[in-house]
Every structure is written in structure tokens, then in C-alpha cells.
Design a protein around this ligand. Structure first.
Ligand SMILES: Cc1ncc(COP(=O)(O)O)c(C=O)c1O
Length: 378
């Protein structure tokens, strides 16, 4: 038996013919950077999200970095984000020259507005809520608060493509929403890619310049810019996959439901809360459980022996990484993020996962704990 953790290959198989035909055409036309394919995908993505514009960039990290640069954020400024995010959220802030200010997560792994408010100083210019694991943070109150305070709301939607709440998509709540199209994301390219979406024409204009050496027209450099563009070969793959995004996200939610039934009664695990099949506020980029009794790594090894691939997102919170030791936090600064980092385990989750796979994973986990239950738990 072998069960993949994620399955970008299966998605590739679905779009292969259409995409390869398009790549052949790109080759014949010789337009390998920019061009109509990129702008067509950008329009399709913006209209799918009901956002004003999408600006394709090189990857999700650049999307965050360029969004902050478009706001003019730099040295002396502070940007608040989560301690329990992928390091890229913090590194995007760091590379603007601003200081990342971190907050702990709540029980459901997401940031809490109360913690953000408590972290605000006179230097706070922006806050980056992270829709971690595909779970949309309800930003209604955040939006009102941030507008009142003049603090920019920039969403990290890398893990939440296609998530929406009360009809409003991840990425359309803040002044900008930043996406990663890394291949195993819910909407993944066949290489690196990213986008910023915004309904601010001013931000869209700045981003189009920043990503392209500071100007939209050749040799007219209006700003000191960067080179970070989505290429047509990736834009084509993304456009092919966009047609399947809702179906694949619904499949992921079904898989989460299968996990709930096949892991029912395993008291050593803390499962994600139940999500109705039609509740698109969670798109289960990852299916993350917590393993009690200090046995996460042992369970992981056991599953690996049985050919079941798992991951840990993320084993070390940002503030305990050597790269960010200089921020001045330490062990104990963010107790939930630290405790969860030692307990979380991401089980296989992807659009090709079958119920029989989930049943097999459930059976392995049940038998692992039946063989030696966590002391003190029934
Ligand atoms: C939460 C989060 N933010 C940012 C990124 C960075 O995206 P990329 O890998 O495309 O640079 C990722 C993806 O890896 C992510 O998961």
C-alpha cells in the first residue's frame, strides 16, 4: 500500500492534453514571458474571486513582499502576522526592511483579532492574517477595525485558494490578497507562481510596475522595481486547473468528512472541527490533527512504514527559527504555537484521495493506539 501526501501528478493528468497543446502553441508563438495568456488568466482569477484585478507574480512569497512594497512599507515599520505560519510570511515582511511582529494562534490554529489589537504600536502599518490550512478567517470585524485604524489588511491566501465566507472569497477581504500557486496548493501551477489580487486601482497599478522592473512599458522605469512575473506556461496550467478548483475543493471537504468518520473514537487525536460539505469557508489545503501523549513522531514513523506519507506544517514556529532569533522572542513567547508545533500532524489530503485510502489510514491509526494507548487516556 502507498498513499501519497499530496497529488499534483493526478491533477496534471487531468489537464495534460489541454495544457500540452497550449504549450506547443506558446512555443510556436515564441511569447515566453507576459502576453495574452497571462492577462487572460489574471482576468479569470480576478473574476472568480470577484476582485478588481489580479497581478501575476513569480511565487507566493513575492506576492506578499510586493504587496507590502506597494503600500510603501519599509524600515521603521511593523507588520503583524502569525507565529505559526510558513516562514515566507515573515521573510516577506523582513525583506521590506520592516519588522515582523508575531502573535499566537487560537485553538483552531488561526490568528485572533484580539491578539492583533494587543500587538499594535504606533509603528504598525499592516497586518497579515494567514488563512492557515485552507481555513478562512472571518475578516468582517478585522476589515472594519483596520480601516478605522489606517492599518492595511493584507491576506496571506497561499493555502486558501477558492475558500469563501458569506459569498466573499479569500483574497477579497483585505486591501490585497496574496496567493501562492506552488504545485501542491489547491490551485497549483506546474512550477512556481503567485498572484496579488486587489480592488484598489492604485495598488494594482503599483504592483504591475513593481513586478516588472518598475514600469509597465519597456525601458520606462517609474519606480525601483523587481523582476517577479507569472509566465505564460504557468498561466496556461492555472487557467486549465481553475475550471476544476471548486470540484477539487469540494472533494477535499468530502475527504475531511471521511477522516472524521474513520478516526471517530480515537481519543488520542484532536481532529479539525466538522465542516459541512457546502461550507466553502474551509478548503482543506491540509488536514491537520494533533497527536496527544508526545507520540506524534512515533505515529508518523509507523504510518511511513506502512507507506502512508504525512508531514508537519510546521515543526518550528517562526519565532524559534534561527533566521528570526533577532526578533527577540524565545521559548514561551507563543505557548499555543509552540505546543501545537510539537503535536500537529498533516495527514494525506488531495483532490484524488479516495475513501478507501482514508479508511486504511484510519485503520492504521486505530491499531497504532490500540497496541499502546496513551497513558491516562481512555
Ligand atoms: C502560508 C504561506 N505563505 C506563503 C507561502 C509562500 O508561497 P511560495 O512558496 O509560492 O513562495 C506559502 C507556501 O508555500 C504558504 O503556505
Amino acid at each position: 500500500m502507498g498513499i501519497l501526501f499530496s497529488a499534483p501528478q493526478a491533477e496534471y493528468d487531468i489537464i495534460r492534453e489541454q495544457w500540452l497543446a497550449d504549450v506547443a502553441q506558446i512555443g510556436r508563438q515564441g511569447v515566453f514571458v507576459g502576453g495574452a495568456r497571462v492577462s487572460k488568466f489574471e482576468s479569470a482569477w480576478a473574476s472568480y474571486l470577484d476582485a478588481g484585478a489580479a497581478i501575476g507574480v513569480g511565487n507566493g512569497t513575492d506576492a506578499l513582499f510586493l504587496a507590502l512594497k506597494a503600500l510603501g512599507i519599509g524600515p521603521g515599520d511593523e507588520v503583524i502576522t502569525a507565529a505559526n505560519t510558513f516562514v515566507a510570511t515573515a521573510s516577506a515582511i523582513h525583506h521590506t526592511g520592516a519588522t515582523p511582529v508575531l502573535v499566537d494562534c487560537s485553538d483552531g490554529y488561526l490568528m485572533d483579532l484580539a491578539d492583533v489589537r494587543a500587538a499594535v504600536t504606533a509603528r504598525t502599518r499592516a497586518v497579515i492574517p494567514v488563512h492557515l490550512y485552507g481555513q478562512l478567517i472571518d475578516l468582517a470585524e478585522w476589515k472594519a477595525w483596520s480601516e478605522e485604524r489606517g492599518i492595511a489588511l493584507v491576506e496571506d491566501c497561499a493555502q486558501a485558494a477558492g475558500a469563501s465566507l458569506r459569498g466573499k472569497a479569500a483574497g477579497s477581504w483585505g486591501v490585497m490578497g496574496c496567493f501562492s500557486f506552488y504545485p501542491d496548493k489547491n490551485l497549483g501551477a506546474l512550477g512556481d507562481g503567485g498572484a496579488v489580487v486587489t480592488s484598489s486601482p492604485e495598488m494594482a497599478g503599483r504592483l504591475r510596475k513593481l513586478r516588472n522592473h518598475g514600469g509597465e512599458a519597456r525601458y520606462q522605469h517609474e519606480l525601483p522595481g523587481f523582476n517577479s512575473r507569472l509566465d505564460p506556461i504557468q498561466a496556461s496550467a492555472l487557467h486549465c486547473k481553475l475550471a476544476y478548483l471548486d470540484e477539487w475543493n469540494a472533494h477535499r471537504r468530502s475527504a475531511a468528512g471521511w477522516y472524521r468518520s474513520h478516526l471517530a473514537g480515537v481519543s488520542e487525536l484532536t481532529l479539525p472541527g466538522p465542516v459541512e460539505p457546502d461550507d466553502s469557508s474551509h478548503v482543506f489545503h491540509l488536514y491537520v490533527v494533533r497527536v496527544g501523549g508526545g507520540r506524534r513522531d512515533e505515529l508518523r514513523r509507523q504510518l511511513q512504514k506502512k507507506g502512508i506519507l504525512t508531514a508537519v506544517q510546521y515543526p518550528v514556529p517562526v519565532h524559534l527559527l534561527p533566521a528570526y532569533a533577532g526578533l527577540g522572542y524565545g521559548p514561551g513567547s507563543f505557548p499555543r504555537a509552540e505546543r501545537y508545533a510539537a503535536e500537529i500532524l498533516s495527514l494525506p489530503m488531495h483532490a484524488a484521495l479516495q475513501e478507501r485510502d482514508v479508511a486504511a489510514i484510519g485503520a492504521e491509526i486505530q491499531s497504532f493506539f490500540a497496541a499502546s494507548p496513551v497513558p491516562g487516556r481512555s
